[in-house]
Structure formats: C-alpha cells, structure tokens
Design a protein around this ligand. Sequence first.
Ligand SMILES: [Fe+2]
Length: 158
Amino acid sequence: MKWEFIYDLKNIFSILDDLEMQTIERDYPIIWEKVHAVSCAQIGRMLAEKRGVNVDEAALACALHDIGRWVTGRQNEHAPKGEEPVRRFLTQKIGSKEAKEQIVQAVINHSKKHEIGTPLEEIVKDADILDCHWHGEDIIKPFHITRLKAALEELGRI
Ligand SMILES: [Fe+2]
C-alpha cells in the first residue's frame, strides 16, 4: 500500500473538514471536493503509468488541483488562487524542490485546458475532465469536449 499517499489524503480530508465548518458560499459542496480529489488521483495514476510520468507526483497533483476552490469556495480563478495553499501543503512534505514546483505549476495551470502544458499539467487537466465526465457532469465548452474525446480515445474508450 502507498501509505504516504493515504496519509496525504487524510490531511486533505482534514483540511476540507475544517473548511466545511466555515459558512462561506460554495460553488461545489465539500463532499464533491473529497470525491473529486480521490478519483482524479487514481485517474492521474493511470495516465501517468501510460505516459511514463512519475505516478506519485501525478496522484498528488491531481488530488490537490482544486485546492484554490476549496479555500475560496469559488470556481472563478480557482486555479491561480491555489498557488499559496498548495505551496503551504507541500512544505510539510519531503521531496525535491523541482518536483514540488512541478506540482505547484500543475495546480496553477490546470484550467488552461485549451493549451498544452508540461506532461504533469496535461495529466491533471485530462484527469479532471475525465473524472467530471464519469461523475456525470455535462462537458460543454468545445475545447473541453476536444480534450475529453482525445483522452477517451487514448484510453480506448471510443
Ligand atoms: Fe479545477
């Protein structure tokens, strides 16, 4: 078992439990943030294995990618707003400066789904779209549909 990641998720759930006590309005309920963090991480692992990217970094980046929305409650500009909280989360973790910076950049850039970024960024974007799709969200924006189709094709789903 990858206990380190299980305990990262424990920390994430604890952060989300604390945030749930706040009375701010939210675009998505905390339960979705928890479900999405875990299932994105597993999809991220699968994509990382397939694409030859570090699987553990991919899982963590995917689990944390919406941290800006956890904190603000809002979808608007949530990706760049994740920078400060994700840096704070990563300070308590062991790991190279470079690997942490890759994760930070993946969080900041994950909403740029019309652009091609680093391999880790692309994993986060594709895992995000696939997870929303598989949980039943309507994917509407044309560049989201294009990305979803490409990801499903890569996985042999269409
Ligand atoms: Fe997001």
